[in-house]
Write a protein that binds this ligand. Sequence first.
Ligand code: TZP
Ligand code: MG
Length: 222
Amino acid sequence: MARADWPPERLRRALRLYVLTDRGLSRGRSEVEIVQAALAGGATAIQLRWKAGPLAEAVRAGRALRELCREAGALFVVNDRVDLALALEADGVHLGVEDLPLAEARRLAGNRLVIGFSPSTLEEALAAARAGADYLGVGPVYGTATKADAGPAVGLEHVRQIAQAVSIPVVGIGGITADNARPVIQAGATGVAVISAVVAADDPRAAAAALRAAVDAALAGR
Ligand code: TZP
Ligand code: MG
């Protein structure tokens, strides 16, 4: 599906529980197994996060995830690479400061992709929103060992500041679990993005369900 298929309210709803894949943390289980379980538990968005290994393999895995997300009505996003996102006919791409600049990504993707961006500062967040980002990923909210270069925790106040400053949805990421998701939503995030809380869980489906319940309860109480 294209960006036009994700109008603002639908996109917001799709960003409630966003699960990123990570082969290193999945304890031998495939992306497909993890994503099936995550979707069954209530994940609303999935990101193929491919950091090592041949791209041909990413294409194979991505095609399968693309189908699972389509069936579930979930948003399917590819990390870092506009070319892979377009090749997979993903719904979106997620970019960081070291990836293709937003304006170039938008020029290549046109209206075919939802574009997410990870700003480090409020200034970067504002610039990304101006450059046409559709949502922001802000973090690490809490301490995390999952992303080596994630830097120190930015905290809830940082989420609040950015969420107040931009009109596009903000998703909190980094060290989030069912037990600490609530304050992230209370700080103004539309949803939470997680890796280890689902991907490394004994029961990824139950872990996703617990997270989804925590997010929905926090959104309902806001
Ligand atoms: N970006 C900021 S923190 C992070 C990413 C990709 C890692 C999140 O992983 P976890 O296991 O949910 O802390
Ligand atoms: Mg990146």
